[in-house]
Write a protein that binds this ligand. Structure first.
Ligand code: ZN
Length: 686
């Protein structure tokens, strides 16, 4: 279901899947920091950093669209409590306690205990709960149980979420257990085999029943021959009480009603300013679904939503992804409000129009060229706000809806979150530039062009790369011929199309790049990433498992080896540090072309052995000395393994009861934003 369909337009969510399923962690290191005027990083703590993203073009929207954005923004934030409660039943209470301490603690707010409390608080906000957002294990504070009690006792009792603070069943006793006891609710999502996944997972999707009882329940709902089954269980908590299993449905009047009513309130306002009838109908159907809780209403909504491809604004708002449930039924609340990235869309369509030229001028064998080639439609959006499970940690690609039959019969939307990717790239430590680039020439060029190079590389990869080439007659699909090597080979093919053309004067002619130096910068970035930077994510002694990493390592290692005789890429050691410096860009382009021809041949002929050899010889085994060196050098850069975002703030300017303008401000403090959200968007009891 999470496969990427290179289909239609705009926005619903998938987690960490982009066109070529690139996760944020992978995107971040590819391109270097270039801009100084906009500060991307606002906070850094534990294994995290907090970034901001730019919303270019918001002020150019007309008033109606600004209003629409504003209402959808409010609707997005109103669901915040839901994700906390879905993640763990005590999360809202814990967050309330943290907020109360922040707002009213009368003791000393300096020193290591307080600092450790602050770090813990920020980690809870980041993860929407007490379990690590990625590992899903319980986070252990660096302060003591005694200090927690001291914080609580010296904070305003009226702000605390339980009136009874001391003694049996008081707040202190409860929080001490759930926060500090490693045996209590230690993992949010447990995926180990041979254990009861419900019993061993701390999420709040099931209560009082076993894994097999839940599975039997949902199997029982399926109807034979139903070609359009709803996603059973998506919007409910499954509870067994007095021997009876019932679903507590998320809807107005049901579970989470307090938050859902607010969401519906803002969605109703959005209906009045919708851009067109299809969008209006989609929002109305979403409201209907929130009122009835009937999943068939959700499907009706999805069918219309996928048709809404002409609107400038788009929204994902609902119970969407099921990663938080080890059984894969329960949808986490999330929302993403976005607008079309006009500039990127133009770039994509400019390339798509020239698809035939690229195919004709490709170095692949004539027999492998498509006669009738079309660029693949691939859309980029600009995020305006994210909420629920999509924040602060965010996907960088969206591919929805998740329902298989809707995807097949009605289509889906697949997009890249352009400004999020841009922020990741811009924030990824300018440090790597100084650390891994030896010459001033490289550094200057990469500084100037990395951002544009990244955009063009993605566009070429997606629009031209994946769409080019054809199989020889009688050859079956790559998943059958190339089997487990299909994925890294396909990504390599798309990358190589991009790398081959990105220094071509044709791109200058099309007005996409000012000079081929943009392409040279991409060469620098790609080679260093493939041979060095990406290795930092591996453990010492490890091989490469992930498909994109295999592809990049294969491509970079292959051209490095084949170019050795001509010194195309020189390996230099200085002060114990290794550098790869490209000495001949023209010859390197030629090598990319040769490899493209071979990878295309492998795909077109279904040559499993050759494909396997390429990946096994160049893509999997890592020079362990280099791996160790890279990890050491990265350590000195103090780069955070995970990033998340503060959201922009939309402000409605009122004249009487009328909104006359909506402005957008960038937040500059994560703590302030979290406290503000706690103040304004707390709608559920605890
Ligand atoms: Zn791809």
């Amino acid at each position: 279901m999470k496969k990427l369909t290179k289909g239609t337009f705009l926005a619903l969510l998938i987690f960490n899947f982009i066109a070529c399923q690139e996760t944020p962690k992978q995107a971040e290191e590819i391109h270097q920091k270039t801009e100084s005027e906009f500060e991307y990083v606002v906070d850094r703590f534990a294994d995290l950093q907090i970034l901001r993203y730019k919303v270019a073009g918001f002020e150019k929207l007309d008033l109606q669209k600004k209003k629409l954005a504003y209402y959808l923004y409010r609707a997005a934030l109103c669901g915040r409590d839901i994700i906390y409660d879905q993640n763990y039943k005590h999360n809202i209470r814990i967050r309330k306690t943290i907020e109360a301490i922040y707002n009213s603690f009368r003791g000393v707010r300096t020193g290591s205990d307080w600092d450790n409390f602050e770090v813990y608080a920020k980690r809870v906000w980041f993860s929407n709960g007490i379990h690590h957002h990625y590992a899903t294990t319980k986070m252990v504070p660096d302060f003591s149980e005694t200090y927690l009690a001291e914080l609580i006792k010296n904070s305003d009792r009226n702000s605390l979420p339980l009136k009874g603070v001391d003694g049996k069943n008081g707040l202190i006793e409860l929080l001490t257990t759930v926060i500090f006891d490693p045996t209590v609710d230690s993992k949010r999502v447990n995926l180990e085999s041979n254990v009861d996944l419900i019993e061993t997972s701390a999420n709040n999707f099931y209560q009082g029943l076993t894994q097999s009882e839940a599975q039997v329940y949902y199997q029982g709902l399926k109807k034979d021959g139903d070609k359009e089954p709803p996603m059973y269980g998506l919007n409910s908590k499954l509870v067994k009480e007095n021997g009876q299993i019932t679903e507590h449905v998320y809807r107005v009047g049901g579970l989470y009603s307090g938050a859902i009513e607010k969401i519906v309130y803002w969605l109703n306002k959005a209906v009045d300013v919708a851009e067109n009838d299809i969008q209006k109908q989609a929002i109305q159907l979403l409201i209907k679904f929130y009122n009835t809780g009937d999943l068939r209403d959700f499907d009706e909504y999805c069918k219309v939503w996928v048709k809404d491809t002409n609107s400038v604004l788009d929204v994902v708002n609902g119970f969407i992804e099921v990663y938080g449930d080890p059984l894969g039924y329960k949808g986490a609340f999330e929302s993403v409000v976005s607008m079309k990235d006009m500039e990127a869309s133009e770039r994509m369509s400019a390339l798509a129009k020239e698809a035939k030229w690229f195919e004709d001028n490709s170095p692949i064998m004539d027999a492998h060229k498509k006669e009738d080639v079309k660029g693949i439609s691939y859309k980029v959006i600009t995020v305006i706000v994210e909420g629920g499970d999509a924040a602060p940690s965010t996907p960088i690609g969206i591919n929805l809806p998740n329902s298989n039959w809707i995807r097949k019969d009605y289509g889906s939307k697949s997009v890249s979150l352009g400004n999020i990717v841009e922020a990741y790239n811009a924030a990824s430590s300018g440090g790597t530039l100084d650390e891994f680039y030896l010459t001033e020439e490289e550094r200057t060029r990469v500084k100037e062009y990395s951002k544009l190079a990244g955009k063009i590389h993605t566009a070429l990869h997606e629009v031209i790369g994946h769409g080019s080439g054809q199989l020889e007659p009688g050859v079956v699909t790559p998943s059958e011929t190339l089997k487990n090597f299909r994925s890294p080979l396909e990504e390599a093919r798309a990358d190589l199309v991009s790398l081959y053309f990105i220094t071509d004067p044709k791109l200058v002619e099309l007005g996409l790049i000012p000079s081929i130096d943009v392409g040279k910068a991409e060469f620098d970035i790609y080679i260093k990433n493939g041979l060095q930077l990406q290795l930092r994510r591996l453990e010492n002694g490890a091989k490469i498992e992930q498909a994109h990493m295999r592809n990049r390592h294969m491509v970079a290692s292959w051209v490095f080896e084949k170019g050795k005789a001509d010194n195309v890429i020189e390996k230099i050691t200085e002060n114990g540090k290794t550098y790869f410096v490209i000495r001949d860009y023209k010859k390197l382009r030629d090598l990319f072309g040769q490899l493209l021809r071979e990878v295309q041949r492998i795909k077109s002929q279904g040559d499993f052995e050759a494909g396997k050899n390429l990946i096994e010889n160049y893509g999997i085994i890592v020079d362990q000395v280099m791996l160790k060196e890279v990890k050491e050098r990265y350590k000195s850069l103090n780069a955070a393994p995970y990033s998340g975002f503060v959201q922009p703030k939309l402000i409605a300017i009122m004249e009487g009861k009328e909104i006359t303008n909506v402005t957008l401000e960038y937040a500059n403090s994560f703590v302030e934003q979290m406290l503000e959200y706690g103040e304004e968007y707390s709608f559920l009891g605890y």
